[in-house]
Write a protein that binds this ligand. Structure first.
Ligand code: MG
Length: 257
């Protein structure tokens, strides 16, 4: 991976715009998650909303030219951890959990954010999974300040998840984000305090815990993209794009008032 990019004030201003845009698209799609809706319809809604605000999907066409990603966002249900692709024959059901990962380019910069949504009433263990995964994201964000290290973020997430007896996915990680969707450094969800690259003001990173009700081991489905838990247990995923400052972290993927 390339070296860590420290953004200028002008670049940070653009990252704020891209972040707000990604938050808006995510919020729009989230409001339309309901039993009976196909994942294809959600993907088309994301496509239309991005076009309406002048953004483009960072996910569409991503990857190997022989099998590029064919979704505008990632839509992952239940035991799917990440990289699910919207399909006309997959309909959301009451009791499902649905992860929506929106990464888009706006004005030359990327905003990247994810939520996992409950469809109607979900079982108690899934409720806990969503609650703890979202809280783990904020535990990580709290550590995202100048002078700390990447490992401080990782350890905050890992220790909180393990205390709550959830699996922590280690094969997928957060990342620097800027002109590119994936920049240095990697932000693992497993790690040790005071280890890894130092955080500096002007760095922009995506923090994204992925936790599981069972073991965190993964496999990829035949489509070459959708990643599921090996044991079939449910998984949740929450993500924000963050600006490191000298003081408190700034969440960039936040809705503009
Ligand atoms: Mg990401």
């Amino acid at each position: 991976m390339s070296r860590i990019v420290i953004k200028t004030d002008a670049e940070i201003a653009k990252m704020r715009e891209a972040g707000a845009c990604a938050a808006f698209v995510l919020d729009t799609v989230k409001k339309n998650v309901a039993a009976g809706v196909s994942t294809w319809d959600l993907d088309q809604l994301a496509k239309k909303t991005m076009a309406a605000v002048g953004a483009t999907s960072s996910s569409y066409g991503y990857g190997d030219a022989r099998n590029p990603f064919r979704g505008h966002i990632c839509i992952s249900l239940n035991d799917e951890v990440v990289h699910g692709v919207g399909r006309k024959d997959v309909f959301i059901k009451e009791g499902d959990i649905v992860s929506l990962d929106v990464a888009l380019n706006y004005g030359g910069f990327v905003g990247d954010n994810t939520v996992t949504v409950a469809v109607g009433t979900i079982d108690v263990r899934s409720q806990k999974l969503l609650k703890i995964t979202e809280e783990a994201l904020y535990k990580g964000i709290d550590q995202a300040i100048e002078g700390n290290c990447v490992g401080d973020i990782s350890w905050a997430i890992q220790s909180f998840a393990e205390k709550n007896r959830l699996g922590v996915v280690r094969d997928l990680v957060g990342h620097g984000v800027g002109r590119e969707m994936h920049e240095a450094p990697q932000i693992p969800n497993i790690g040790s305090p005071h280890c890894g690259p130092k955080l500096k003001a002007g760095m922009t990173i995506a923090i994204e815990p992925m936790l599981t009700l069972g073991l965190p081991d993964l496999r990829t489905l035949e489509d070459g993209w959708t990643i599921v838990t090996k044991d079939g247990s449910r998984s949740a995923h929450f993500e924000h794009t963050i600006l490191i400052t000298k003081h408190s972290p700034e969440i960039l993927t936040i809705l503009k008032k």
